[in-house]
Design a protein around this ligand. Sequence first.
Ligand SMILES: [Zn+2]
Ligand SMILES: [Zn+2]
Length: 242
Amino acid sequence: MADYNVSVNVVGPLDCNCVIVGNKQTGEAVVVDPGGDVQLILDEAERMNVQIKKIYHTHAHFDHFLATAQLQSATGATTHLHQQDQFLWERLEDQCRLIGLILSSDQIPSPPDTLLLGQEPITLGTTQIGTVLHTPGHSPGSSSYYFPELGIVCTGDTLFRDSIGRTDLWKASFTTLQESVLSKLYTLPDDVKVIPGHGPATTVGREKKYNMFVRDVVDKGVSKLAEGCAGCEALKGLEARL
Ligand SMILES: [Zn+2]
Ligand SMILES: [Zn+2]
């Protein structure tokens, strides 16, 4: 799509992929997951000649919003998070303490401006550029952001190249994550580029073909996971290794 620029930046202590989607015509941008390095994000936005208007979070684990508060105060952008991850947002400092990270007061964001439910349009000005997909499992409010005209989806820690997000974390669910991938992500066109929360990009088609964590279920044509399904049994073994 000629009117948009997409920039993927590896930021923060845990190498989070921070995505900037800029509209060349209006000079406005959406940022997904500012996980650290606020100056790097601001410099990139300046290079792209865009102003950051909105910050979307794929979920509220600390490594995806360490730069949120500073980015918000530098740009005045609004913050957007699924409502079911609000409990994690409220415990950002506790999350950071687990790895010995003490936040300065300017790193602690105020509550999200918008609490999402899923299916909302993502807009810049009056133009819809994307859609919110609620893809729970890694966390209850995990969401993916689909930009159809750009052919990209930002999947956070739900779907990685050859892997999926951990589900041994607070309020996470392996079966819920699988259902999210099957029903919300694997139903997108095969050539859609997947930009995960960490690591290299991939495509929907590639993951459908090679991602071990959900492939068995797809091969069997099972869209809903049933108790005792052979595919699920195989996957339970994988769950223990996550
Ligand atoms: Zn996470
Ligand atoms: Zn992460």
